[in-house]
Design a protein around this ligand. Structure first.
Ligand code: DAK
Length: 255
């Protein structure tokens, strides 16, 4: 059985972590299949947004603790596990995390690495790594802090406290909280809305927003301006602007 399930519902795709017996703990198999699936979808013209989810009980309860318990520091280093996380950063297609239930440790880092999080009211976010004697290692101390600020990030990381969906939304970690039974459908609706816009513009906008976290304001504004000129040069921009003046729906080709 695959550790990751992929369904294409063009123009979106749904990727579900499929290791329910271990609450979708991210072992090498899950991470390998996940990155492979996302890279493949990223190359497909017909896919314009991807939903990444788990099960109702757990998005993912973290990296696989059993696997980590057996690994030495050199094993971790040699296995180049971090390369897989870097590969996620290179995915250009917008990624919507659909989070229901536990979203912990590496699972929380995976959700944050997506572009936005749609959370069920059952979602629980946490970084309990220090309770295991380690620290978040896939961006948790950096991306979580940028997302929710130092005070809350310190609380979550040092005390191990979980944030429920409402608090995570108030803190700025979650974009929308939805009813427990609708977590996946609502995330798909968000993905379809994203997929209906100009694909070139969406990718440039995603890259541009991410720059806000990685550069000074001046560098970010400069990047945004150049990305806008690039968007202007796309066929999609010609189509989108013309369609508005002709009072019809645009037909974007992602060119
Ligand atoms: N790993 C492996 N198995 C896990 C797991 C995990 N993270 N979380 C749960 N499971 C397994 C349990 O062992 C149990 O398996 P069986 O005993 O049935 O065989 C099954 O899933 C159901 O879990 P529970 O019986 O514990 O269920 P409960 O409802 O009682 O509790 C829980 C749910 C989520 C509160 C509990 O399972 C729990 O505390 N889980 C561990 C949460 C945690 O500490 N997560 C952080 C892991 S450290 C790196 C990148 C990232 C990371 C590391 C390196 N590099 C790039 C190098 C990230 C590190 C982490 O995420």
């Amino acid at each position: 059985m695959s550790a990751v399930l992929v369904e294409r519902e063009e123009p979106i795709a749904v990727v579900l972590l499929n290791r329910p017996e271990a609450l979708n703990a991210l072992n090498d198999e899950v991470m390998g299949e996940l990155v492979e699936a996302l890279e493949e979808l990223d190359r497909e013209d017909g896919i314009r947004c991807v939903v990444l989810g788990g099960s109702e009980r757990a998005f993912a309860a973290g990296a696989d603790i059993g696997q980590m318990a057996e690994a030495s520091a050199m094993d971790m280093y040699e296995a180049r596990r971090i390369d897989r996380w870097d590969a996620l950063r290179r995915v250009r297609t917008p990624l919507v995390a659909a989070v229901s239930g536990y979203c912990l440790g590496g699972g929380c880092e995976l959700a944050i690495a997506c572009d936005l999080i749609v959370a069920s009211e059952t979602a629980r976010f946490g970084q309990p790594e220090t309770g295991l004697g380690i620290i978040p290692g896939a961006g948790g101390t950096q991306r979580l802090t940028r997302a929710i600020g130092k005070a809350k990030a310190m609380d979550v990381i040092l005390s191990g406290r979980f944030l429920d969906a409402e608090e995570a939304e108030r803190a700025g970690l979650v974009a929308r909280v939805v009813a427990r039974e609708a977590w996946l459908e609502e995330a798909k609706a968000v993905a379809r809305a994203i997929a209906s816009k100009g694909p070139v513009a969406q990718r440039l906008a995603k890259e541009s927003v991410n720059r806000a976290f990685e550069s000074t304001l001046e560098t970010g504004l400069d990047f945004e301006r150049k990305a806008l000129y690039l968007a202007f040069a796309s066929e999609d921009a010609g189509e989108g602007l013309k369609a508005f003046t002709e009072k019809r729906k645009p037909e974007f080709r992602g060119r």
